[in-house]
Design a protein around this ligand. Structure first.
Ligand code: 13P
Length: 244
């Protein structure tokens, strides 16, 4: 069995200016001195903060991620950002298909697939997000939905350069974390769909300092995608430094 990489990523969503981002690093970076090198630490910031973060993090172990990427390399796509615009800044990861993009911006399994391929072509590692709504869970549709999302998203996608995040929508920003054992079960189901069983699969949805140890103790869970708790340097440092 190949060893799976641990990836802990913060998703800042639409939070933090450049100045806020640099202020965050002042509090966060000193707390990484004891963090094992085996843990990949990523900050997925708004496009406008990436350049400032990149300059400050140059030579640091913390990698930078974007929260979206367009499928074309250039063109008439107002408001979108292409892969080479990100790699030029030193960006290494891109979140693709977050449920907020699917819900509010019309992202579909097809556009998610295009964006994944574009990220990989640009040399980025995409973090593919999948997850069911409360309604879908209550209707017993979780397994079918997740299977569809994973399979549609991964058509012609290179599974050697990929991270997946299982983020049940009902657990995002609600404080209502998915039971660790249940997250573990669904993540096992996702892994069973993959050609490459070594793809790191994260859990996301109300990950906090108080529950990260239990989540990371689950055998199928290889990391976390953290929203709210990644905004505060001390909280995110505690998450990155989870006790195993
Ligand atoms: P919260 O950690 O705020 O629940 O957000 C999770 C998320 O959506 C990360 O992408």
């Amino acid at each position: 069995m190949p060893v799976r990489q641990i990836v802990i990523a913060g998703n800042w969503k639409m939070h933090k200016t450049q100045a806020d981002s640099l202020e965050f690093l002042k509090g966060f970076l000193p707390q990484l001195s004891e963090t094992s090198d085996e843990r990949e630490v990523v900050l997925c910031a708004p496009f406008t903060a990436l350049s400032a973060l990149s300059k400050t993090l140059h030579g640091s172990r913390v990698k930078i991620g974007a929260q979206n990427i367009h499928w074309e390399t250039s063109g008439a796509y107002t408001g979108e950002v292409a892969g080479n615009m990100l790699t030029e800044l030193g960006v290494r990861y891109a979140i693709v298909g977050h449920s907020e993009r699917r819900q509010y911006f019309g992202e579909t399994d097809e556009t998610v697939n295009w964006r994944l391929k574009a990220a990989q072509s640009a040399g980025l590692t995409p973090i593919l997000c999948v997850g069911e709504s409360k309604q879908q869970r209550d209707a017993g549709e979780t397994e079918a939905l997740i299977t569809r999302q994973v399979n549609q998203a991964l058509i012609d996608v290179d599974q050697q350069n990929l991270v997946i995040a299982y983020e049940p929508i009902w657990a995002i920003g609600t404080g209502d974390t998915c039971e660790a054992a249940e997250a573990n079960r669904v993540i096992g189901l996702i892994r069973a769909q993959l050609e490459n069983a070594a793809v790191p699969i994260q859990y996301g949805g109300s990950v906090k300092p108080g529950n990260v140890d239990e989540i990371m103790a689950q055998p199928e869970i290889d990391g976390a995608l953290v929203g709210g708790a990644s905004l505060a340097p001390d909280d995110f440092a505690r998450i990155v430094n989870f006790e195993s």
